[in-house]
Write a protein that binds this ligand. Structure first.
Ligand SMILES: C[S@@+](CC[C@H](N)C(=O)[O-])C[C@H]1O[C@@H](n2cnc3c(N)ncnc32)[C@H](O)[C@@H]1O
Length: 218
């Protein structure tokens, strides 16, 4: 089912207060959770170039900024003017973070081909139509170096009927219809078509959320 009014492009009040809303809705647990993922579960080295697709207001980018240091770089792409504005305000003092406007379904500028060591997409991938998901895999394949890692933080592939009640309510009432489709999406097989092999997967919150690492072989 899902809520047809909900879209993965976040604007207005929600964009301006995205972090606060997420913290509030998760009883202030989200901050701790995402810090652990960015610090402990994301393989990033000093000097790495990292790209975040659908960077939102830059929370993940800021967490990764110290890890890549001044030799490294973090580039965040988004299309929501409100999210871009907020991300630019929040990351202004981080010299190694760049926030750029770009629709991630479209090819990236060729100067980014084979440029990044790590790519990340967090709570955005589920919201794209199947053909757009394929475009995103293809676009990421072009901008990642051979051996680069692609991290997907999103809903996990689970049977909704067996999921906890709070998760069913989230998917049915508050998420876009594509979120429910994503629970049945064959992520590993689709990723493989574009040269990405699953190299690590962790699940959280009774298996409802996954953090999957794919490694690219070109
Ligand atoms: C749910 S938010 C997640 C933000 C951030 N990744 C995080 O985890 O905090 C999804 C983000 O993807 C962006 N987005 C949606 N469609 C996009 C597209 N086609 N190209 C670029 N960004 C997009 C939205 O504007 C929004 O900022």
């Amino acid at each position: 089912m899902g809520n047809p009014k909900v879209s993965v492009v976040i604007t207005g009040f929600e964009a301006r207060h995205y972090d606060e809303l997420l913290d509030f809705l998760t009883l202030f647990y989200y901050g701790k959770f995402i810090r652990k993922l960015m610090y402990e579960e994301t393989k990033v080295s000093y000097g790495d170039k990292v790209v975040e697709l659908g960077v939102g207001n830059g929370r993940n980018a800021i967490l990764l900024s110290d890890r890549v240091g001044n030799e490294g770089e973090i580039v965040g792409f988004d299309i929501s003017p409100d999210m871009l504005k907020r991300a630019r305000e929040k990351t202004r003092k981080y010299v190694n973070i760049k926030i750029l406007k770009h629709d991630i379904r479209e090819e990236f500028p060729s100067k980014f081909y084979d440029y990044f060591d790590v790519a990340l997409i967090s709570f955005a991938f589920h919201g794209f139509e199947p053909e757009d998901k394929e475009k995103i895999f293809e676009n990421v394949r072009k901008i990642l170096k051979n051996g680069g890692r692609f991290y997907i933080l999103d809903y996990n592939q689970i049977e909704l009927a067996n999921a906890p009640r709070w998760f069913k309510i989230l998917i049915d009432r508050f998420e876009c219809p594509l979120a429910e489709d994503f629970l049945r999406y064959d992520l590993i097989a689709k990723a493989k078509k574009f040269g990405f092999k699953l190299t690590k997967k962790k699940t959280y919150f009774k298996d409802t959320i996954q953090y999957s690492e794919f490694t690219l072989r070109k």
